[in-house]
Design a protein around this ligand. Sequence first.
Ligand SMILES: Cc1cc2nc3c(=O)[nH]c(=O)nc-3n(C[C@H](O)[C@H](O)[C@H](O)COP(=O)(O)OP(=O)(O)OC[C@H]3O[C@@H](n4cnc5c(N)ncnc54)[C@H](O)[C@@H]3O)c2cc1C
Length: 510
Amino acid sequence: MRVKRIAIIGGGTAGWLAANHLAVELRAEQDVTITVIESPEIGIIGVGEGTVPHIRKSLMKFGISEADLLASCDTTFKVGIKFVDWMAPNALGHSNYYYHPFASPYPAGIDTTSLYLQQAQAMEFAAVTEVPGLADAMKSPKEIASAPFEGPVNYAYHFNAVKFGQLLAKNAKERLRVQHQQATVLEACLNEQGEVDYLLTQEGEKLYFDFYVDCSGFHSLLLGKRLQVPFVDKSDQILTDSALAVQIPTEAGAEIPPYTLAKAHQAGWLWDIPLTNRRGVGFVYASAHMTEAQALQGLAAHVGVPADSLSPRKIPMKIGYREKFWCKNVVALGLAQGFVEPLEATSIFVTDLAAELFARNFSLEKEGMSAASAYCNKVVAYTWERVMDFVQLHYCISDRRDSEFWRLSTLQPKLSEVLAERLAMWKFNAPKKSDFFSRFDLFDVENFLFVLYGMKYKTLEKGMTGAELQVFKQELQNVKNLEKSLSQKLMGHREWLDGFKSAYQSMQRA
Ligand SMILES: Cc1cc2nc3c(=O)[nH]c(=O)nc-3n(C[C@H](O)[C@H](O)[C@H](O)COP(=O)(O)OP(=O)(O)OC[C@H]3O[C@@H](n4cnc5c(N)ncnc54)[C@H](O)[C@@H]3O)c2cc1C
């Protein structure tokens, strides 16, 4: 039997990413319709404003121009994440920070880690790339003349989540023939084979489709509630479970950092994401270790206002993923499938990749589905496990012991077998590409190096020959020189964005 009607339930970022991916893959299939069903009453989650560079590939694939993204979503550039206070203050009580940039930790392709390991007390691992210096100087990753989606520094974006969803929706509807229906689904009804047969809406309508993509957010209407696919709970690995989110207007003319700030506190961390016109600030915490009132105090202190002047949105977070992401004639994507707290902006990344994986393995012939679903389920579960490892890494290797939260996270962490094995290995040898044997290790040696040694993880020193020492020192000097020349060449981040805005507006008027 051939699939002809596909429903995507949910019009958040996941729903519209899925619509674009599917529509691109199925563009030649004239008899197939894709319909996004969105409740007019249940809103989208409205957070999810930090991304990783992979999003550029998807936008190009969908045919969305970078100029439209920049002009319509209050978009700014993100060259990485600045982690503040993830380690204990030093003996003088000074705070600390490190960057996880979207950059290679191998200057000119050379692994200089042994030089860092020999000088770990005196040297910051960040010296292996020019990006932290440029980020501190608030430089744009692009030049004025850079081609769309390119720049001398690798980057992703921060954007307004609601507007980003609208941009994806416009593209899917206007360029890719995706249909859009407003309806609240009350129930999914099953046929004799236990597959979803039709959706019953609040208005009493029965909507029949052959295949269903559940993007209903934390409701997980089809995969979780109807098909009862078990949830793999990871709250014992990652203790944070709540967030308070607010939006703060940006001061006119103020510099715009080209990075996400991730600042640790006693029971979690807070994000500060700059857009062109406002900041999105969120206080992530473990409710077992901090009350909501304390979290509000912490959020207000960061924003620099009295706590009673803020009315943040409280967002409970369920950490974990559905055991299968594809079950019978249902696939779930986005929050309906899984979620880990927002450190490292993993959610849109995983959703985007899983949507692409699904779209590329999807067969319109129902007989082709069982092999594809078995394969995709393995891949997505593996992906989640490794993403959880990477997020947990930021907590478990810290030397903070100033609260029960940090003592639990560092002294008795529950680690996956893989992370435990890797951390044990990396005490004696620095991470190598070959430690990451799957391409579904979304965060690999490059990302781990920045976090491990940004946090001063202790690996046994490795000897170097005199020649190696000379080459490594020269390469680090080259990085410094590059930083200096780029710093002269690149404009300030705000200046670039303001310049773009005026040029775009003049073009629209012309
Ligand atoms: C605190 C927090 C911070 C985050 N920060 C980041 C970040 O910086 N970077 C990142 O990558 N990700 C982040 N995320 C995750 C990100 O928000 C999500 O991945 C993204 O928004 C996708 O959400 P979604 O589309 O799955 O769900 P939602 O946005 O919740 O959309 C659900 C959709 O389903 C529809 N729906 C629900 N029930 C029904 C029904 N019965 N009938 C019809 N329609 C229905 C709703 O109308 C809505 O359109 C964050 C998440 C949280 C909780």
